[in-house]
Design a protein around this ligand. Structure first.
Ligand SMILES: [Zn+2]
Length: 288
């Protein structure tokens, strides 16, 4: 089916209290497996490409075109999203390639500078029909806004959304990027307050460190877009490592690559079930 826009996927999900799984792609195998998992679950899904992934490939275009093609061939709605762009130039490249949504992350800047830079990028994107997620990093610390101790203030979040016009907001509520253990404790009371204060969908980053039950509770409290990267990499790498340990003579990357790809798909389907994403279809209109 044609690619979905982020608004088509996330608007109805927020209204219905469902979560949307947004999974980070590394190579084309990730994209294929994530879509297979979403098809198994009967759920829409977001393929997202981070700035770090772009740096690893050396350019956005090859991996973006692969994701767009995989998404177009899917039996469920798929949106392709640029994750954590720190510069406006990468946002412009993503738009030119046909990505319908971006995360612009100026959270490293002072609040007023974050507002100014984010508002400028958002206006540019909205002129081109591109959906924008931003991040509010009012609390510093060496781990930035996603430090487990960082918290987004609801009043400041409401002001940030009003001042910038963004379509979704990544919030700090207790999770942290790249966690290998799943024991983060989310501040669900704060999620509820943010949901009441902010009129756009809320995004959880660092969700791989959050146990299943807490992810489901976070969606129930008002988070909609749930970004998951590390968890799939853990599953992929464990399967490849197990395969290569058992078959040390194998040299064909398709053999161990299949082991990794085949391990990701059921994990995606399982996580989409945890998020309540199943059955959340495409909306009729282009709801930003
Ligand atoms: Zn993130």
């Amino acid at each position: 089916m044609p690619l979905a826009t982020m608004g088509e996927i996330i608007g109805p999900a927020r209204a219905a209290g469902r979560g949307i799984g947004a999974f980070n792609v590394i190579g084309i195998e990730h994209a294929e497996a994530i879509v297979t998992g979403a098809e198994t679950a009967g759920a829409p899904v977001v393929l997202q490409i981070s700035e770090n992934c772009v740096a690893w490939h050396g350019a956005l275009e090859p991996i973006a075109r692969a994701c767009l093609a995989v998404g177009r061939a899917a039996a469920v709605p798929v949106a392709v999203h640029l994750d954590h762009a720190s510069g406006a130039e990468l946002v412009r490249i993503a738009s030119a390639l046909g990505l319908g949504s971006v995360m612009y992350d100026a959270s490293g800047l002072r609040y007023d500078e974050n507002v100014r830079a984010t508002a400028e990028v958002t206006a540019w994107c909205h002129d081109r029909g591109v959906w924008v997620e931003a991040e509010l990093g009012e609390i510093g610390g060496k781990d930035g806004v996603h430090s487990p101790v960082a918290r987004t203030d609801p009043d400041q979040a409401a002001g940030f959304v009003a001042s910038t016009g963004v379509d979704a907001l990544a919030v700090a509520v207790g999770s942290s990027h790249a966690m290998l253990t799943r024991d983060a404790v989310l501040d669900l009371g704060l999620v509820t307050r943010l949901r009441r204060a902010v009129g756009v969908p809320l995004v959880l980053h660092g969700s791989s460190g959050v146990p299943d039950q807490a992810l489901a509770a976070a969606v129930g409290a008002g988070l909609t877009k749930i970004n998951i990267a590390t968890q799939l990499n853990k599953v992929f790498t464990a399967a490849v490592r197990k395969y290569l340990s058992a078959e040390p003579a194998v040299v064909d990357p398709r053999r161990y690559g299949s082991a990794g790809r085949d391990a990701i798909a059921p994990e995606v389907a399982r996580l989409l079930g945890v998020l309540g994403a199943c059955g959340a279809g495409r909306a009729g209109g282009r709801d930003r």
